[in-house]
Design a protein around this ligand. Structure first.
Ligand code: F6P
Length: 341
């Protein structure tokens, strides 16, 4: 078969591991694999990159995507979906493996109605896709945020400061919660649990009273005060309707200094969480996903994505995934609260 592969949305460590696995498994099946540049934009523009054994050699540990990525939404372009199907036909693509999060896979699902045969691979550092225990990229982002916390810990302690680490995650707190647990944060603030400023300050005061005159707070970019809304870096929306979140850490720092008088600093981890080499967990998960995606193509299981469930790789209909959001496990958050303050 002739199989196309694209990566869409924000990059995540492990995309190249998926591409490598799709090419290697495809070759075992006797397939030809064609890279599509920059997500759905590559199909709109007919921008392709033939992939063979040599082109995927050495890319397993590399971050980013050798194909590039974009947040292009063909449904926002006049005649976009029809053009995509036409271009895929002209390129002789019999199936497309779409590596992405809810936006990219949502396009794949809608394009099924236009006749495009897609299989999805769940990718996002946010880990907010339903249907899979983990997306690849998440584990690496958590490892990076945890290392940042370990480093901030020593400075916070030496300077007797409050340090706030703002992490990504959009409207969910998976990265914040996992990194906060692993890095021993004194408070973790996530979108799923709007916060009360006074309560946050109380935790800090309690620590000071018992002689711990420094604290570490992890805040997810989408966290918001009770009754308030998310703090945005920019109101302008991308083609999927998302604003750019960011700045809640600075808001918190100002308020904490005002309410407690404690010297406070902020670190916004930003795109460091998406860059660089994937962890072994993400390399293995991405590899398993890539192999399974090609197998799904050969089983004719289109409009599905591969997924991790209880340690095994399964397939899930995209219809069960799109339009939903996986939020953090409340029980895990309860565990984290044991260590607050
Ligand atoms: O979805 C991944 C993600 O990194 C989010 O956590 C974040 O809100 C967003 O992408 C940032 O997007 P951009 O790279 O376009 O600034």
């Amino acid at each position: 078969m002739r199989i196309g592969i694209l990566s869409g949305g924000g990059d995540a460590p492990g995309i190249n591991a998926v591409i490598r696995a799709v090419v290697r498994r495809g070759l075992q099946h006797g397939d030809e694999v064609v890279g599509i540049r920059d997500g759905w934009r590559g199909l709109l523009e007919g921008s392709f990159l033939p992939l063979d054994l040599n082109s995927v050699s050495g890319i397993l540990p590399r971050g980013g995507s050798i194909l590039g990525t974009s947040r292009t939404n063909p449904f926002k372009r006049e005649g976009g979906p029809e053009l995509i199907v036409r271009r895929a036909g002209e390129a002789g693509l019999e199936a497309v493996v779409a590596v992405g999060g809810e936006d990219t896979l949502g396009v794949a699902h809608r394009l099924a109605d236009c006749g495009l045969r897609c299989v999805g691979v769940p990718k996002t550092i946010d880990n907010d896709l339903v249907g899979t225990d983990y997306t690849f990229g998440f584990h690496t982002a958590v490892a990076i945020a945890t290392e940042a916390l370990d480093r901030l810990h020593t400075t916070a302690e030496a300077h007797h400061r409050v340090i706030i680490l703002e992490v990504m995650g959009r409207y969910t707190g998976h990265i914040a919660l996992h990194a906060g647990l692993a890095g021993g944060a004194d408070v973790i603030l996530i979108p799923e649990r709007p916060f009360e400023l006074e309560e946050v300050c109380e935790y800090l005061r309690r620590r000071r009273e018992r002689g711990r005159n420094f604290s570490l707070i992890v805040v997810a970019e989408g966290a918001k005060p009770r009754g308030g809304r998310e703090i945005v870096y920019s109101e302008s929306v991308d083609e999927f309707g998302h604003v750019t979140l960011g700045g809640v850490g600075y808001y918190l720092a100002r308020e904490i200094e005002r309410l407690t008088g404690m010297e406070t600093r902020v670190v916004v981890l930003g795109h460091l969480q998406r860059g660089g080499s994937p962890t072994p967990f993400d390399r293995i998960l991405a590899t398993r996903f890539g192999v399974a995606a090609v197998d799904l193509v050969h089983q004719g299981k289109f409009d599905h994505m591969v997924a991790l469930r209880g340690g095994g790789i399964v397939s899930v209909p995209l219809a069960e995934v799109i339009g939903k959001r996986k939020t953090v496990d409340p029980k895990l958050y309860e565990v984290a609260t044991v260590f607050f303050g």
